[in-house]
Design a protein around this ligand. Structure first.
Ligand SMILES: *[C@@H]1O[C@H](CO)[C@@H](O)[C@H](O)[C@H]1NC(C)=O
Ligand SMILES: *[C@@H]1O[C@H](CO)[C@@H](O)[C@H](O)[C@H]1NC(C)=O
Ligand SMILES: *[C@@H]1O[C@H](CO)[C@@H](O)[C@H](O)[C@H]1NC(C)=O
Ligand SMILES: *[C@@H]1O[C@H](CO)[C@@H](O)[C@H](O)[C@H]1NC(C)=O
Ligand SMILES: *[C@@H]1O[C@H](CO)[C@@H](O)[C@H](O)[C@H]1NC(C)=O
Ligand SMILES: *[C@@H]1O[C@H](CO)[C@@H](O)[C@H](O)[C@H]1NC(C)=O
Ligand SMILES: *[C@@H]1O[C@H](CO)[C@@H](O)[C@H](O)[C@H]1NC(C)=O
Ligand SMILES: *[C@@H]1O[C@H](CO)[C@@H](O)[C@H](O)[C@H]1NC(C)=O
Ligand SMILES: [Cu+2]
Length: 587
């Protein structure tokens, strides 16, 4: 099955073997030039500050190729997260059952610096669910066993048990963490993560994370079952939340408010943590500067609106240079997504200047696009350039489709190359891979990435009869977006980008279109790539890359965390004897 379909435009001979890794960027030097917005110059050591955000420290700057090096052993950041079965009421819409981290929604903001090591204990205090926390976008270089995907890189954490995740921040920027166990993140098991580092534009203050999400009044597990057996598509969200809060239809709840002082510049870290909604965002009267796409610093550019797919992040700098007052930060779901609270006067949050009168803004917004396409690649140019070999040929075509089972209450399943991914919580892929297993079973959707430092190109084809866009997220790597479009790829290199293409960890596969992504095999492990629409991930829209199988054990070192975790899980989840059944893909 793995190499069933091969589409190459140059040759049919070099399957999954496409050129060697090129030499990466030139030797790293700290940036010394003064930023254009000010006359102040950085000090000799290139210390990071409001006017020298391009600097970091000791030879590390925005010009550093973080794939090649990151600051040596920094500080250890310890966190304890506890997941409980409780209730939440973020918009006054009434208490609903929820699973929260440290009883907060969103969960705590985890913070550290580039080069730090995070040591995070996660306790599962749920009575009747497993769990597992994934650190979205974190590369997990040589630490695949801490990627937090039940059935792939670990056994789920059993009720009452704790698991310790340890990883080094080899990249910097903004992300989120969430449960990767079935549809559990939709219950509220979500938080944000900031890794401080240099930036490609200056700002005075960091306002922090601004997670945006859709919100449902019914439990996610119930909606997930509905979505898996629906003939009318998934349920519509009841509301959206900005940084965990919003007003509801009848005026309860409150808007999130960001306060700024005229004359200053602010960094805001936008994250789409939705279950099923893409958004357009805009700050009324405030065009803003975009400085990152996911964990990749980009050449800064100015816009008045952004489209953010689930799992994507954009860090932006807003200039508080308007008349003192209140302005809307608008969030509009795009495409077919509808919010039940549609008669809300405004969906979003308030940007309020110090000294402004109280009350809601009366500002007007720009016109937003109706499509949900990703931002154009020409605007998302990585600050540190890298090149994909231009003679690369696809290792495989990943063909997206679906089927339904009328006899099983119209069960709906997505497939890749005809197969739905379903994980085995009791025996994760990583354990099998290290044990030398070569047959991973019918629903493993394993694709082999065997050769160290070779580049692999994947052609994802979305010609299913249900034309939907899917936010595709890869673990363990950033991918390079070599091509993307609607219709079918013509198999030629026309219109593809090999020279410093957009790099990120989440990209939208266009409806009735294709996506060509490449990455070098430089991180042995088992890495899932899946649609980040929670319902679709549950319905099997994912594959796993088995990268350099023979090197995994040596690279990850100790396997004691998952050995212990599996022992505990297997005592809890005895085949045929557990409180609930696994009814979806498991991730
Ligand atoms: C909105 O919030 C108010 C105040 O908390 C509450 O009374 C009302 O039921 C909520 N309305 C909806 C539609 O959820
Ligand atoms: C949460 O609590 C409810 C009862 O309050 C229970 O029915 C449900 O199984 C619990 N869920 C988990 C995951 O512990
Ligand atoms: C959102 O809330 C978090 C947690 O309270 C806070 O750290 C952050 O600054 C808030 N974001 C903004 C943009 O105000
Ligand atoms: C988040 O992503 C989803 C799906 O990719 C999208 O429908 C939604 O509009 C996005 N939200 C924002 C605020 O960009
Ligand atoms: C305000 O800041 C924006 C973004 O930096 C800039 O494009 C605009 O020209 C500025 N406007 C004024 C009135 O200074
Ligand atoms: C895989 O599927 C084939 C064909 O449906 C079936 O014969 C075989 O038993 C399955 N293997 C496993 C391990 O379930
Ligand atoms: C789980 O599935 C088995 C086999 O289909 C069934 O016998 C059992 O009743 C199910 N258990 C629950 C809790 O639904
Ligand atoms: C997780 O808990 C929820 C109830 O809180 C339940 O509906 C669901 O079936 C549970 N899932 C599993 C696989 O135990
Ligand atoms: Cu999808």
């Amino acid at each position: 099955m793995i190499f069933k379909r091969i589409s190459c435009w140059l040759s049919f001979s070099s399957l999954a073997f496409a050129g060697t890794i090129p030499k990466r960027g030139s030797p790293v030097v700290a940036e010394r030039q003064a930023a254009s917005t000010t006359s102040a110059v950085p000090d000799g050591a290139c210390t990071n500050g409001p006017r020298t955000r391009n600097c970091w420290s000791n030879g590390f700057s925005i010009s550093t190729d973080f794939d090649a090096k990151s600051p040596p052993a920094g500080v250890t950041r310890n966190y304890n997260l506890e997941i409980t079965n409780t209730t939440a009421n973020p918009d006054g819409g009434g208490s609903k059952p929820a699973m929260l981290i440290n009883k907060q929604f969103p969960g705590p903001v985890i913070q550290g610096n580039w080069g730090d090591t995070f040591v995070i204990n996660v306790k599962n205090s749920l009575q009747d669910n497993g769990t597992g926390i994934h650190w979205h976008g974190v590369r997990q270089l040589n630490s695949c066993q801490h990627d937090g995907v039940p059935g792939i890189t670990e056994c789920p954490i059993a009720p009452g048990k704790t698991r310790q995740y340890v990883f080094k921040a080899t990249q910097f920027g903004t992300t989120w963490y969430h449960s990767h166990w079935s549809a559990q993140y939709g219950e509220g098991v979500v938080g944000t993560l900031i890794i401080n580092g240099p930036a490609s534009a200056n700002y005075d203050e960091d306002l922090g994370v601004l997670p945006l999400t859709d919100w449902y009044y019914k439990p996610a597990f119930e909606l997930n079952e509905q979505a898996q057996h629906s003939q009318t598509g998934p349920p519509e969200p009841d509301n959206i939340l900005v940084n965990g809060t919003h007003v509801n239809k009848s005026g309860g709840g409150k808007y999130y408010k960001m306060t700024v002082t005229k004359g200053k510049k602010y960094r805001v870290r936008l994250i789409n943590t939705s279950v099923d909604s893409d958004f357009h965002v805009t700050f009324d009267n405030h065009p803003f500067t975009v400085i990152t796409a996911d964990f990749v610093p980009i050449k800064s550019w100015v816009t008045d609106k952004l489209t953010i797919a689930i799992g994507q992040r954009y860090d932006v700098v807003i200039n508080a240079n308007q008349t003192v007052g209140n302005y809307w930060f608008r969030v509009q779901p795009c495409g077919n997504n509808k919010i039940q609270e549609a008669n809300l006067p405004n969906i979003g949050a308030i940007l309020s200047y110090t000294g402004a009168a109280s009350g809601n803004p009366t500002s007007t917004g720009v016109t937003l696009p109706t499509d949900c396409n990703d931002e154009l690649s020409k605007n998302l140019v990585p600050f540190v350039p890298n090149t994909v070999p231009s003679d690369i040929v696809p290792a495989d075509e990943l063909d997206l489709n679906f089927f339904t089972v009328p006899a099983d209450n119209n069960l709906f399943r997505w497939t890749i190359d005809g197969s739905t991914q379903i994980v085995d919580w009791n025996t994760p892929t990583l354990e099998k891979a290290i044990g030398g297993v070569t047959d991973f079973g019918n629903n493993s959707n394993i694709y082999s990435v065997p050769t160290k430092n070779n580049w692999y190109l994947w052609h994802i084809s979305n010609q299913a009869a249900i034309p939907l866009a899917h936010p595709i997220h890869l673990h363990g790597h950033d991918f390079y977006i070599v091509g993307s479009g609607t219709g079918t790829w013509d198999g030629t290199s026309n219109g593809l980008t090999f020279n410093n293409p957009t790099r990120r960890d989440t990209a939208t596969l266009p409806a009735a279109g294709y996506l060509l992504i490449a990455f070098p095999a430089d991180n042995a492990g088992t890495w899932v790539m899946h649609c980040h629409i929670a319902w679709h991930a549950s319905q099997g829209l994912s594959v796993q890359f088995l990268e350099q199988q023979g090197s995994i054990k040596g690279n990850i070192g100790s396997t004691s965390s998952y050995t212990q975790g599996c022992k505990e899980w297997n005592q809890y989840w005895v085949p045929g004897n557990h409180p609930y059944n696994q009814t979806d893909s498991g991730i």
